[in-house]
Design a protein around this ligand. Structure first.
Ligand code: ADP
Ligand code: GLC
Length: 482
């Protein structure tokens, strides 16, 4: 089964969030279940630089008349065959792939990402005479137009199935209707039965409307997005598509996130030898100028600083954490108001609160290894990866009961503990009090060392690997191609 994956990001070459982690891990996972995977990517500098022995496999003209080269080669870091759009005018820009230095979306984003989908559709339509995909699997709004382009191409005898994965419905790829006419889609695509969304053009809507099948990244989020509360305006459409929509829970790449082999850590450890974790904690406390105290529960946040992540609740809970003798370490970047609020709290409590604004992959690994609790109080969370990284690194996740957080974390209630299922702390109501009660439960469990260790070991042993997800995707592809 030949599968073409379409995404804007791919770890470790280009990452702004969890999408990259998944796009980077899925191809190898699919290969273990008999799929041959190739990827198509925009030619951001880091991606082109990694493309070894590449050649120009096609010269094409974009729908708005611009000439481009499509390069083919192998991504060295990922050992993965790739098609990369070489058009520096669109992609050779420093920093974020989506925004300029003032954090404004680029004015030509509709072209930059429509082109990704348009090229994917050409590949689906036989552009590479040596390799024909049977399934085109695109991810998030950046790749949402793929199925729309494919739906309007003249039909050959070959049928290529389309799968669209929603990683976050809140980012909808919305552009002014004027942009539509540059993109080469037929007039009739701009309607309620098409890419139109409240008078605007939405790339996300294109993915939802035109794809043969829609997946999202957890079973709970698949249900949530069919409700008006969490459907971001798409719940009606998603309900009409409920027969072709399901959740496949994300997984963790064990080659990247594994404390037993993680080269970012000062000390490595595993579930039956946890001394290394205590050393990681002491090392981080020392590095950050926090009080070096083994028995001070250390809470961690590694997150985009946006409203989605519910971090104003953490801000409000800092006093509750500190008054009980805890410490807090935060790594994040995002909304300016959250950045400055967190920085101000760190300045007030230099020995117990450390905040680093920025993006730092290696430091993120060290935080999971050093902390006792990973805080993920998101208002909504399609899947969430950091709670799973916390589980693997023995940092008990404390989460709001939504989306993939609800599917991966089991609260330390007495009955869950008795059944040996508890692996963290879960709160239901999205408010300060509920979060603080969960924080209080974390302190209570921390005071009972044998029970804490049992729960931690349960989390560390949890199977978070790719096998199950890869099998589900492969079964879906086979079903669609049958
Ligand atoms: P989302 O994709 O919504 O941001 P996820 O939990 O799915 O949330 O994935 C976030 C990913 O980004 C994880 O790999 C996490 O470790 C990483 N991450 C988030 N913020 C930072 C940061 N400031 N520095 C390093 N890694 C970060
Ligand atoms: C999105 C979601 C996050 C998910 C990630 C990977 O960024 O916000 O919940 O884990 O995609 O699927």
């Amino acid at each position: 089964m030949n599968v073409l994956q379409v995404s804007a990001e791919i770890f470790p070459l280009l990452k702004t969030g969890g999408l990259a982690d998944i796009a980077g891990a899925l191809p190898a996972a699919l290969q273990t279940v008999g799929c041959q995977v190739r990827v198509v990517l925009p030619g951001f500098p880091a991606i082109l630089d990694d493309l070894g022995d590449s050649w120009v496999m096609a010269e094409l003209t974009a729908p708005w008349g611009e000439r481009l080269q499509l390069r083919q080669g192998r991504l060295r870091t990922l050992a993965l065959d790739a098609y990369v759009i070489d058009l520096p005018h669109l992609y050779a820009r420093p920093g974020s792939p989506y925004e300029d230095a003032w954090r404004q979306p680029y004015a030509d984003n509709h072209r930059r990402f429509a082109l990704l989908s348009w090229v994917a559709a050409q590949l689906a339509h036989g552009l590479d005479t040596h390799w024909q995909p049977q399934v085109v699997h695109s991810h998030d709004w950046h790749a949402g137009l793929t199925s729309a382009y494919m739906a309007f191409m003249s039909h050959s005898s070959l049928r290529v199935a389309t799968v669209f994965t929603i990683h976050n419905l809140a980012y909808q790829g919305v552009f002014s209707p004027a942009c539509f006419y540059e993109l080469g889609l037929p007039h009739e695509a701009f309607g309620v039965n098409g890419v139109e969304f409240y008078g605007q053009l939405s790339f996300m809507k294109a993915g939802l409307y035109y794809s043969d099948y829609i997946t999202t990244v957890s079973p709970t989020y698949a249900r949530e997005i069919q409700t008006p509360q969490q459907g971001c305006g798409f719940d009606g459409l998603l309900r009409t598509r409920s027969g072709s929509l399901s959740g496949i829970l994300n997984a963790v790449d064990d080659a990247v996130w594994n404390p037993a082999i993680d080269h970012h850590l000062s000390n490595r450890y595993n579930v039956s030898d946890m001394i290394g974790k205590s050393n990681c904690k002491a090392a981080l406390q020392e590095e950050l100028g926090l009080t070096i105290q083994a028995d001070a529960p250390l809470f961690g946040v590694v997150s985009r600083l946006t409203d989605q992540k519910g971090l104003h609740l953490v801000m409000g809970a800092i006093d509750a954490i500190l008054s009980r003798g805890g410490q807090l370490v935060v790594l994040g970047t995002g909304d300016a108001y959250l950045e400055s609020l967190f920085k101000a709290r760190a300045a007030q409590h230099p020995q117990t609160v450390s905040v680093r604004i920025g993006y730092d992959e290696a430091y993120a690994h060290r935080i999971f290894s050093a902390t006792d609790v990973t805080l993920v109080p998101s208002q909504f969370e399609p899947c969430g990866l950091t709670q799973m990284y916390g589980l693997k690194y023995g940092s008990l996740p404390l989460v709001h009961s939504v989306g993939g957080l609800a599917d991966t974390v089991v609260d330390c209630s007495l009955e869950n503990m008795a059944e040996g299922r508890a692996n963290g702390f879960v709160f239901d109501d999205f408010n300060q009090q509920a979060l603080e009660r969960a924080v209080a439960r974390a302190f209570a469990l921390y005071a009972r060392k044998p029970e804490w260790k049992r729960v931690r070991a349960c989390g560390m042993r949890q199977d978070l690997g790719w096998q199950s997800a890869a099998r589900q995707y492969a079964a879906l592809y086979r079903h669609l191609c049958a």
